[in-house]
Ligand binder design. Sequence first.
Ligand SMILES: [Zn+2]
Length: 64
Amino acid sequence: MEAKPTLICDRCHVELEEAEAQFLYLGNKMRHKVPRCPQCGLVYLPESLVTGRMRKLEEALEEK
Ligand SMILES: [Zn+2]
């Protein structure tokens, strides 16, 4: 099992919950699970994760 780091909301100081978010990128709908604050609704998106996925998607589209 992979140990997940616990993420805490800076504003509310509560543990973030995993929630499914929908993105629209280059006309494609993408679903991805992201940590979200149950109190203020803040979504935590690590930039490395987002850019990494976007690059992968772009590469996949170019190959077609
Ligand atoms: Zn919060």
